[in-house]
Design a protein around this ligand. Structure first.
Ligand SMILES: [Zn+2]
Length: 497
């Protein structure tokens, strides 16, 4: 064979794997480019004006310190703000003041009542055979221990499922210890599984005759910071005290148990714990004041784009990542739109929900109050997953509205946000809106280390990276601007209101 023809050389190059890969990119690039000329990604929904303003908001957000300063102010001047507490009331005053300072419209507080639980002195120790203290914290709504505490032998279950299979003989008179871990994931899916033991341990062990329940903290860290969080008793059976061990202390208790019987002393002096139906129901005299704080960027219409976050926090840290960050992000995003020369078509409503942590009580109060105007709620998003960068955009649009998702994704691309599915849950405070048919989205933050800090004393302001926070503000500002101005809504056209 002599010299290869041009075609033969082309064929040989083609058979080369790298060449085929390169060729398929080349082959694909042409139709996409051609398509771009007639219909840009985002289709007709993303007009040049919408796109330009969204990009301008992103640019401005990159240099805007409003969110960071708001979180700094809230966590410093208020600090921890447990639902129904005097501190949560101060947080509402803080929010009203800051919303007025930022010149939002219709700034208001919408009060409701909530079940108020208070942590007291808490202590646990192995008393035999190796006396030493253990780092624990009571779970929210847990009953306290009787005078003098509880002293009993510990029985360990590797998982909540193992406890479900236990007999009364195995646990009667004992402190049950559920040692199940939490898987670290980017999207927080490990939490959904692990959190079941938070209510489950006491709920299952109490009726079987156990005297208290301990769990390995629902968290992914290896520090001596136990993670609190709300728990709930079943309607029947004994309500026993429940607490979480820090991860190293759960390890320690597990090692001690491998050597034989272990007796633990537990003291929880919490007040107001016990069996209640829900955080938002009950006798008014038992309930404490809480409230939602609301502000708006007035639009041309009364249709609403809702941006949510929750104002309350657990009592151990200063609620910086949960959810001071969310408060800062949505207020700063709305403020960027407020400063534009043009008004949005729809009204952008910022809702700082009260009493989320103890059972989404503010979410219920909001859904009840606006029940008749939920059809005017065009779309809703909540920031409640920390302060890391947003990496994914999930929607819950009507199937016939899904093409609009591309308009958002086109603008989000420069922020590094990837397409997610159409099964968004939106955020805990959007639960009732979503169930009532309001379309929601999830601007999913990177939650890889969220559960290292979540509900611990270590949830403090220093954990927030201003640049990552600014990427959130940019994303929410762009989202809100597009959502407020895109033609038509996001519900299925033939869906009932
Ligand atoms: Zn939260």
């Amino acid at each position: 064979m002599g010299r290869l023809s041009a075609n033969a050389r082309w064929g040989r190059w083609l058979r080369n794997t790298a060449g085929v890969a390169a060729l398929s990119c080349l082959a694909l690039s042409h139709p996409v480019a051609a398509q771009n000329e007639t219909s840009a990604p985002g289709g007709a929904w993303l007009t040049p004006e919408l796109k330009a303003t969204a990009q301008q908001l992103i640019q401005t957000a990159t240099h805007d310190r409003t969110a960071y300063e708001l979180v700094e102010s809230l966590t410093t001047e208020v600090g921890a703000r447990l639902a129904g507490s005097e501190a949560e009331a101060r947080a509402r005053q803080w929010a009203l003041r800051e919303m007025q300072r930022l010149a939002f419209a219709n700034v208001r507080e919408e009060p409701f009542k909530v079940w108020h639980w208070q942590r007291g002195h808490e202590h646990a120790a192995i008393v035999s055979p190796f006396p030493q203290s253990l780092s624990i914290t009571a779970l929210g709504h847990s009953v306290g221990t009787p005078e003098g505490g509880i002293r009993a032998e510990v029985v360990r279950f590797a998982t909540l499922d193992d406890l479900k299979e236990a007999t009364a003989e195995q646990v009667r008179g004992k402190i049950v210890f559920v040692d199940e871990g939490t898987t670290r994931t980017q999207d927080g899916s490990g939490y959904g599984m692990a959190v079941q033991k938070r209510s489950g341990a006491a709920a299952i062990a109490g009726p079987l005759g156990a005297v208290a329940a301990l769990i390995r903290s629902v968290g992914t860290d290896h520090h001596r910071f136990p993670h609190t969080g709300v728990m709930r008793y079943p309607d029947e059976g004994a309500a026993i005290p429940a607490a979480a061990l820090a991860a190293p202390d759960a390890d320690q208790l597990g090692r001690a148990l491998k050597r034989g019987a272990v007796t633990v002393q537990l003291e929880l002096h919490s007040e107001g714990g016990g069996r209640r139906q829900d955080a938002w129901t009950g006798n008014d005299e038992q309930l404490a004041p809480s409230g939602n704080v609301i502000a708006e960027v007035a639009g041309e219409t009364d249709e609403i784009v809702l941006l949510g976050a929750h104002l309350d926090s657990w009592d151990l840290g200063t609620g910086a990542i949960d959810d001071g960050a969310g408060v800062g992000i949505i207020m700063a995003a709305a403020h960027l739109i407020q400063q534009l020369p043009q008004r949005p078509k729809r009204t952008i409503r910022v809702v700082l929900f009260g009493a989320e942590e103890v059972g989404i009580a503010g979410a219920k109060a909001y859904a009840d109050k606006y029940e008749r105007s939920l059809a005017k709620h065009v779309i809703a998003a909540e920031s409640d997953f920390g302060a890391r960068k947003i990496w994914r955009f999930q929607t819950a649009f009507g199937d016939d509205q899904l093409a609009k998702k591309d308009a958002f994704l086109r603008v989000f691309r420069e922020l590094g946000i990837t397409p997610g599915d159409n099964n968004a849950r939106g955020g805990p405070d959007l639960t009732f809106l979503r169930l009532a048919g309001v379309p929601v989205v999830s601007l999913t933050q990177n939650g890889w280390d969220y559960f290292d800090l979540h509900h611990t004393a270590d949830d403090t302001f220093d954990k927030i990276d201003p640049e990552e926070l600014a990427q959130n503000v940019a994303s929410y500002a762009a989202f809100a601007w597009l959502a407020a101005n895109i033609e038509g809504g996001f519900r299925a056209e033939n869906a009932p209101d």
